[in-house]
Design a protein around this ligand. Structure first.
Ligand SMILES: C[S@@+](CC[C@H](N)C(=O)[O-])C[C@H]1O[C@@H](n2cnc3c(N)ncnc32)[C@H](O)[C@@H]1O
Length: 278
């Protein structure tokens, strides 16, 4: 590390420590001018972590992996679930074991509460799932999609290219010899989505995918491509961390009838349904 890089790091750490006691959550950006990049991140006391959501290269050739993350520990008991190497769940009578590796895969390689809540919601409402064709956006470790497939749905779980191998591994180790219909594919919201390939689903699901403002327009465009009519229902489970997360719902409401259909107060996760306005 050069002196300038160390200076940048010190400033960043100092800033984080300064705001720890005064703010329950924040979003910000951390610039390292010498290296020519800006890393935007979000921080939530409830999650006990800071996560760098996106990194944006501005001028040098230094490669910044968009899954690279800065982790700030301050509430150990809250952090443990994400730090664990693996998590085990029993949902709807099915067991799921998921390897986690925050340091390698970032936000895509840990299980978020929203996925757990969505999976449990499916298990409590199997009629919504059984026999349905389901597309999961931003699947991460794929827990919600796997629960849906264990309940009889035909599922495609999708992710950014960088996160696909992690997702595929989670699927194959849980699927093993079971007759689940589930596969993992790349679907990056920042790329154009072929409507012919992706618009035939009964249900589009997403767990904790509303979390970085700069992705909102891409996410909305993707949702409009994969759910272009009222034939495809959308279910999003969300932790509303910031006022601005509501902005996405406002954007969605321009094109879809959006309804809050479930709230898990303990985990503070809401599930919204959305159906295209005809
Ligand atoms: C907070 S994580 C949630 C992961 C998982 N759904 C869960 O709840 O455990 C957000 C997910 O959105 C994915 N994501 C972010 N930007 C994306 C993009 N442009 N295209 C596809 N997925 C994206 C991330 O890779 C990450 O897996």
């Amino acid at each position: 590390m050069t002196v300038e890089e160390v200076k940048c790091l010190k400033l960043f750490v100092f800033w984080i420590l300064t705001i720890l006691d005064t703010s329950s959550c924040l979003e910000g950006s951390y610039s390292c001018p010498r290296e020519g990049y800006t890393r935007t991140f979000m921080f939530s006391k409830r999650d006990g972590i800071s996560q760098s959501g996106q990194s944006e290269r501005t001028k040098t050739s230094m490669e910044i992996d968009s899954t690279a993350l800065a982790v700030v520990l301050y509430q150990e008991e809250k952090l443990l679930p994400h730090e664990k190497k693996s998590r085990n769940f029993n949902i709807g009578g099915h067991k799921f074991s998921i390897e986690q590796d925050w340091h390698i895969g970032g936000v895509a390689a840990v299980v978020w509460d929203a996925a757990l809540v969505l999976g449990e919601y499916f298990a409590s409402n199997p009629h919504l799932i059984d026999g349905k064709q389901i597309l999961e956006l931003g699947a991460g470790t794929g827990l919600a999609g796997m629960v849906a497939s264990s309940l009889g749905a035909d599922v495609i779980v999708t992710e950014r290219e960088e996160a696909l191998t992690f997702l595929e591994n989670a699927i194959s180790s849980n699927k093993a010899d079971k007759h689940w219909k589930i596969k993992a594919e790349v679907l990056d919201w920042t790329h154009d989505t072929d409507p012919l390939k992706w618009s035939h689903f009964d249900l589009v699901i997403g767990a904790d995918i509303v979390y970085i403002e700069s992705t909102f327009s891409h996410l909305l465009k993707t949702i409009k491509s994969v759910a272009p009519s009222s034939k495809t229902k959308i279910l999003l489970s969300c932790r509303i961390r910031y006022e601005r997360d509501l902005k996405f719902l406002k954007m969605l409401k321009k094109f879809y009838n959006v309804e809050e259909i479930f709230y898990n107060a303990k985990l503070d996760i809401k599930i919204f349904s959305a159906v295209f306005k005809s």
